[in-house]
Design a protein around this ligand. Structure first.
Ligand code: NAD
Length: 506
């Protein structure tokens, strides 16, 4: 079933035989603590070779039904019977188990998505472990409030109760499959919710392995179930099911709108983490080397397949030429190679369809006569590779400036001064991320207030932290992942109003 080309690739880079087995076995669903094979097969490709890796299954409504029934039972039974301290212990233990399997999980992620192995191990899996360790502590910090009522006397008392929302549908995209799920599960488990996860059908490997490790850690069966399949079939069945109390979705804005409409029919709570076209605002007083490093990471990390990639850089004309030159030099050093090759600094696009989509934007820019500072899009004949591209001074209506490309394609624009930088930065309906480069704190805070972005980096890019919220504004969605703020999304608030309090003799 697995193509010989893929087996040779895994052998060449000395992937341990147990991990080869995990990567090439058929990827089942995981229901109530056990694997389940059901539904039509879906081929999973390995993006560095473009050859067949394995297959998964389109679970459909039947598997969704089983998963939700199992999650409901666990929510009302074994999971809610646990003390918050026990939930905390399990979440922290899971972090330890993932750490013990960090290299294996990183290998699976690198093979499935194509990303450089060191990034998969350190950032994808390492970042997920940090998030679990942060949220483990929240399981024992949930509380409502008690207080006197404003319009009644002391014979009355008000209080709030915080209770888990219920069964959560957690839907992940393909760019950070395991980490995106953990961003949802950490808070969901801490709150006392159970989770039905649906990974992208392009990248299902680590989600099944995660389910096995969750069971090995000692979580009760049904707390975490996995349904695999196509978004339009299995995903749609999941988010429209009345047994789902909350949908936490990460993916494109177009899909997010459909998911939101379906979830609303059952008044399911929602977090929608969607796409972006984030700007980097580069003011004239910036440190040039810091800017170049930040722009480089902002567009090329994960081959640009990052929701808050700064895919539009707006640079003050006073430093434009110097920034441009240094960025071109830095870009030329990129090694576009298969994810398992230790020399790889940038892997392929996740799929053939996505590669074609990214190249479509580049070809259109070429056909429209736009100027290219870097044009290395075509790099290898095999696999789904796209090399780095920098398009200069794209006019505002052009798709390169306006649309999410989700690849290593930077729109680099010159600006006449601070007002022009802000004007160009605000020229988008998205509002996910932004980066501001300046040494003037007044300039930085003024720009941070003025731009529509949920997460704003200053003098760098990508240093997200589990203790601070991440989430979009505008067409980038709503709701937050991570930080104390995320707990609200997995808890309902009930108000209890008490009358007739009388203390004899008082
Ligand atoms: P996508 O929207 O195509 O798919 C995301 C997930 O939704 C997949 O699991 C897919 O199977 C599922 N899905 C598709 N149709 C569905 C439906 N009708 N009902 C329920 N589920 C459905 O996105 P993608 O191509 O996998 O990922 C790339 C996109 O994700 C980009 O737009 C990127 O910006 C976005 N993203 C956002 C964030 C964030 O935090 N804001 C993070 C990562 C990626």
């Amino acid at each position: 079933m697995t193509d010989r080309i893929v087996l040779d690739y895994l052998e060449k880079w000395k992937v341990p035989s147990e991990t080869v087995q995990l990567a090439t076995r058929p990827i089942s669903h995981w229901i109530n603590g056990a694997p389940l094979v059901s539904g039509g097969p879906i081929t999973v490709f390995e993006p560095s070779t473009g050859a067949i890796l394995t297959e998964t299954y389109d679970g459909g409504a039947d598997v969704v039904e089983q998963a939700i029934a199992s999650s409901r039972k666990a929510f009302e039974g074994s999971w809610s019977a646990l003390r918050p301290l026990d939930r905390q212990t399990l979440i922290l233990k899971l972090a330890d188990v993932l750490e013990a399997h960090q290299e294996e999980l990183g290998l699976l992620e690198s093979i499935d998505v194509g990303k450089p192995l060191s990034q998969a191990i350190g950032i994808d899996i390492g970042g997920a472990i940090d998030v679990l360790r942060y949220f483990g502590g929240w399981a024992t910090k949930i509380s409502g409030r008690t207080g006197d009522m404003a319009a009644y006397n002391s014979q009355f008392l008000g209080m709030t109760l915080r209770q888990p929302v219920g069964v959560v549908a957690a839907i992940a995209p393909w760019n950070f499959p395991l980490q995106t799920l953990i961003w949802k599960m950490g808070a969901a488990f801490a709150a006392g919710c159970t989770v039905v996860a649906k990974p992208s059908d392009a990248t299902p490997l680590t989600t099944l392995r995660l389910a096995e490790l969750i069971t090995e850690t000692g979580f009760p069966d049904g707390v975490f179930n996995v349904v695999n399949g196509k978004g339009s079939v299995t995903g749609a069945a999941l988010v429209s099911h009345p047994g789902i109390n909350k949908v936490s979705f990460t993916g494109s804005t177009a899909t997010g709108i459909r998911v939101g409409e379906a979830a609303l029919q059952n008044m399911a709570r929602m977090t929608l983490e969607l796409g972006g076209k984030s700007p980097a605002l580069v003011f004239a007083d910036s440190d040039i080397d810091t800017v170049v490093e930040g722009l480089f990471n902002g567009i090329y990390f994960n081959a640009g397949q990052v929701c808050d990639a700064t895919s539009r850089a707006i640079v003050d004309a006073k430093i434009y030429d110097e920034v441009r030159e240094k960025l071109i030099q830095r870009t030329r050093a990129i090694r576009v190679l298969p994810g398992l090759d230790p020399d790889s600094s940038m892997g392929p696009m996740v799929s053939q369809a996505h590669r074609d989509n990214v190249l479509g934007f580049v070809n259109q820019a070429r056909a429209d006569g736009l100027s290219f500072a870097v044009d290395q899009a075509q790099v290898h004949n095999e696999g789904y590779f796209v090399g780095p591209v920098i398009v200069e001074n794209a006019p505002p209506p052009h798709p390169v400036w306006r649309e999410e490309i989700f690849g290593p394609v930077l729109a680099l624009n010159r600006a006449s001064g601070p007002d022009d930088i802000l004007r160009q930065a605000r020229d988008t309906r998205y509002g996910l991320g932004a980066a501001i480069y300046s040494r003037d704190i007044g300039q930085v805070l003024g720009a941070a207030r003025a731009i529509n972005a949920g997460t704003i980096y200053v003098n760098g890019h990508g240093f997200l932290d589990p203790s601070f919220p991440f989430g979009g504004l505008g067409m980038s969605g709503f709701g937050k992942d991570m930080g104390a703020e995320q707990m609200d999304a997995y808890l309902e608030t009930k108000t209890v109003l008490i009358s007739g309090l009388q203390i004899d003799g008082a």
